[in-house]
Every structure is written in structure tokens, then in C-alpha cells.
Design a protein around this ligand. Structure first.
Ligand code: PLP
Length: 435
């Protein structure tokens, strides 16, 4: 399978190049050159397959023969070690719980698959790889845990000092081994700028074999298609059309859903649900895309003003607005509406939403108002304990903290304080790798 750049379909590379490069040289995003429908037999037996079997066949369909089957099996087993249960919240409204992984957010799927693939290519090329990642919280923890002790890889996490929650910080600063955390005196934007500057510095990029781990990397999207299949496999009543609401920030998760539909998965519609950072719902309403600075909200993993996967959304529909808007409805919700949804769902149905899942739930309910007789699914992208203060205040009830989160909290934080100056970082990075 080859992958083309969304900026130039003639520019095609192998899977290895697409994954190691992350972004195409022309700043486009990589897409598989064909997304084939899976055979009828696959769908007929979907409900009998295990999650890992589904993952294997879907991955094979998107990756072709670029990776030996036994390697792919190993990577799938590493990626899918936890379930994605479909839980009925109210009549015909289901939560697809994607938070059962080690760092309690759906990003565990993408980070673990990427780690498996990069580990494979590092061994194949006999060259160690350095993953440089800027985080506002969830990405750093998922990536650090996914790469922990993976031979041939080293992770350097840059995070803004004092601007991530303690639970998030502990999930990457306590690991040691091949994971190093740099505590930047600055903002998330500073961290992201430092990472970009490092990639643009050709000497540094080559010296350290720098690789990106954020959702521009196609390897993070591929495993996110698996759980859409797993969701449909769990739907008991098969005669109603299915709609899936995706709480969105950079729109990687929604893109993966659309790719699943392209592979033949019977999902009738999608809802692109956002907080007040609503450039995509606005685009779906007006056909005008206006990126802008993000605003802070209680669903902070979706505080994105210039969604990086927008190019992939357009590409999937050949820039045809009509086709795209026929399949995707956009919705935005305020923090007050989000809190009210958490409160209502807890008191009426004893189900605890996190702020991101609550946005997804609201978008789904909005769709169902005008489309009765559908099976509705929203993605619950993180465990409520990750946002414990916001959730407990909203539902006025204690939230149980899973044991794996408590274990992180007991670890000792180790980080290296750095300034937001690139020249200093450039001097420091090679010394870290030499250790
Ligand atoms: C990253 C994240 C999102 C947004 O996902 P995208 O693929 O960037 O749209 C939503 N919820 C949670 C909890 C996240 O961590």
C-alpha cells in the first residue's frame, strides 16, 4: 500500500516513510492510496470475531503487505489489550467506552499501534528513533506509556510547567527508562513551537532520527478505525440505521470513523460534536473554514482552533461539500450545556460522563431530535476520573478513581526544567540521547 500527500496525490511513499516522516514534505497529510470495501463475509461474521481479529483484518486492508503478518499480529496484540465496551445509557443511546487503556483515554489505541510500528521500523533499519512530543496532557501520557521500554526508541515529552493536571503529569514524569520529560517554562504553544523548530533543524533531525507522534501521523488513525467496527459488532438490534457522534478537537477520531464507513461499515451518519471551538461545525453550516486561536473550556482536549485533520476530511470527499455535509452534521456546545448534560445523565441514568463524552452525548441527542428510530452511539473518549474536579462539581457526587490511575499518583516525578529558548534545547537534546 502506498500513501499520498493530501497536497499532491502524485507524491506517494511507502508505509515506513509515511510513519517515520509523519507530515509530507509539502506539509500535506498522508492517506492510503485506496480504501477498499471489506468483503461481505467479513461483515456477516463481525459479531463472532474478537476485537483483535477485527483489528488485524482492518489493518491489513489499510496497510497491504508492507509489514509481515507475524509483525502485524504482534502489534495488534500490543495495541488491543483492553476492551471498548458498548454500554446502553438510555433507550437506543449507547456509550462506546474508549478509556479502558493504561492512561484512560482513547489515545492509548493510536499511541500503542504507533509504538509497535515504529519499534518494527527501528529494528528493520537498525537505527534508534527519537520521538519528540509536545503535550497539553493526554497525548504525552499515552505516548510515553506506549513506548516505555520499546527497544530502539526514546521519547522526549515537552510539557508546559504548571499547566497540566497532576494526574496527567504523573503519567509521564514517573516512568524513567527510555522516557524523558522536559518541563518547559512557557505555554503549550511554546512546547509545540520547540518541537516544530527541532523538526525544521535538519542537523538535529538527522542526528537524532526525530519522529512525530501526534495525530497527523497516519499510524495513529489506523487503529482508531478498529473500534468503530467493534462498536457495530456489539449492536444487538440490527435493523435500525446507526449514527455515531464524535467529540472532536483535531478530528482524527472522526476521520477514522469516515474511513471505516468507506470500508463498508454500515454507519448512516456522523455528528461532529465540539465545544465552543467550533470551526468545523461552522464550516458545515457556512462552507467557510476560518481557523482561529483556541478558547479554553472544560473539555480541554478539544480546545483546538485549527484542526490538523481537516485536510483529511476534505480529501475523503474529494472537496465535495455537498457529499461531506450529507454524511456529517456539526454541533457545538457551551461549558454550561456540557455540565448540565453530565448532571442530567448522572441523575436520570446513573451514568457518569466525562466532559468530552458529554459533548458527544449532546451532539447525538441533537441529531436524534429530528431522526427518530436510529441506534445512536457516542464516543466516551476519556475516563471521568481524569477530569475529577470538573465532573464531581457537575454531578455533585464522588467519582471513583481506577487503581491504575492511583498507582501513577504514587510515583516520583522526575523532569528536567528548561526554558522556552530553542538554542538551549538544541544543545540539551543530544546530551539526553547519549545517556
Ligand atoms: C484528543 C481527545 C479528543 C479529540 O480527539 P480528536 O481526534 O483530536 O478530534 C477528545 N476527547 C479526549 C478525551 C481526547 O483526549
Amino acid at each position: 500500500m502506498h500513501y499520498y500527500s493530501t497536497n499532491n496525490k502524485q507524491h506517494k511513499v511507502s508505509l515506513g516513510e509515511a510513519v517515520l516522516e509523519g507530515l509530507a514534505p509539502d506539509s500535506g497529510l498522508y492517506m492510503p492510496e485506496s480504501i477498499q470495501r471489506l468483503p461481505k463475509l467479513f461483515f456477516d461474521s463481525l459479531s463472532e470475531k474478537t476485537f483483535q481479529q477485527i483489528g488485524f483484518e482492518v489493518a491489513k486492508n489499510l496497510m497491504g503487505n508492507d509489514i509481515p503478518e507475524e509483525e502485524l499480529t504482534r502489534i495488534i496484540e500490543y495495541t488491543i489489550q483492553f476492551d471498548a465496551p458498548l454500554v446502553e445509557v438510555e433507550n437506543d443511546v449507547y456509550s462506546l467506552e474508549l478509556f479502558h487503556g493504561p492512561t484512560l483515554a482513547f489515545k492509548d489505541f493510536g499511541a500503542r499501534f504507533l509504538s509497535g510500528l515504529l519499534g518494527y521500523f527501528a529494528r528493520l533499519n537498525k537505527k534508534d528513533i527519537t520521538i519528540l512530543v509536545a503535550t497539553s496532557g493526554d497525548t504525552g501520557s499515552a505516548v510515553a506509556n506506549a513506548f516505555l521500554n520499546v527497544v530502539g526508541t526514546r521519547v522526549i515529552v515537552l510539557y508546559p510547567s504548571g499547566k497540566v493536571s497532576e494526574a496527567q503529569e504523573k503519567q509521564f514524569t514517573t516512568l524513567g527508562a527510555n522516557i524523558t520529560s522536559l518541563e518547559v517554562s512557557g505555554t503549550f504553544d511554546d512546547c509545540q513551537r520547540l518541537v516544530k523548530q527541532s523538526f525544521l533543524d535538519v542537523d538535529l533531525k538527522n542526528l537524532l532520527s526525530l519522529t512525530s507522534a501526534n495525530s497527523i501521523n497516519i499510524a495513529r488513525l489506523i487503529p482508531q478505525t478498529f473500534y468503530y467496527f467493534q462498536a457495530c459488532a456489539q449492536v444487538k438490534q440490527k435493523d435500525k440505521p446507526i449514527v455515531i457522534s464524535v467529540p472532536s478537537g483535531n478530528f482524527g477520531n472522526l476521520t477514522a470513523g469516515l474511513m471505516s464507513k468507506r470500508m463498508g461499515l454500515p454507519i448512516e451518519s456522523f455528528v461532529a460534536s465540539t465545544n465552543v471551538n467550533d470551526v468545523v461545525p461552522e464550516f458545515l453550516r457556512t462552507q467557510i473554514f476560518t481557523p482561529r486561536n483556541s478558547k479554553q473550556t472544560i473539555s480541554n482536549a478539544m480546545d483546538v482552533g485549527n484542526p490538523s485533520n481537516f485536510a483529511r476530511l476534505l480529501d475523503l470527499y474529494d472537496n465535495d461539500f455537498q457529499k461531506l455535509s450529507n454524511e456529517i452534521m456539526g454541533c457545538r456546545f457551551s461549558d454550561d450545556a456540557t455540565r448540565a448534560a453530565m448532571r442530567k445523565v448522572f441523575s436520570n441514568f446513573s451514568y457518569t460522563l466525562d466532559p468530552h463524552g458529554a459533548v458527544g452525548y449532546l451532539g447525538l441527542k441533537e441529531f436524534l431530535k429530528d431522526h427518530a428510530n436510529h441506534t445512536g452511539i457516542f464516543l466516551e473518549t476519556a475516563h471521568p476520573a481524569k477530569f475529577i474536579e470538573t465532573v464531581e462539581a457537575a454531578i455533585n457526587h464522588k467519582v471513583e478513581v481506577p487503581a491504575r490511575l492511583e498507582t501513577f499518583m504514587k510515583g516520583e516525578k522526575k523532569s528536567i526544567p528548561v526554558s522556552s529558548n530553542f538554542a538551549e534545547l538544541k544543545k540539551l537534546l543530544p546530551t539526553l540521547i547519549a545517556q
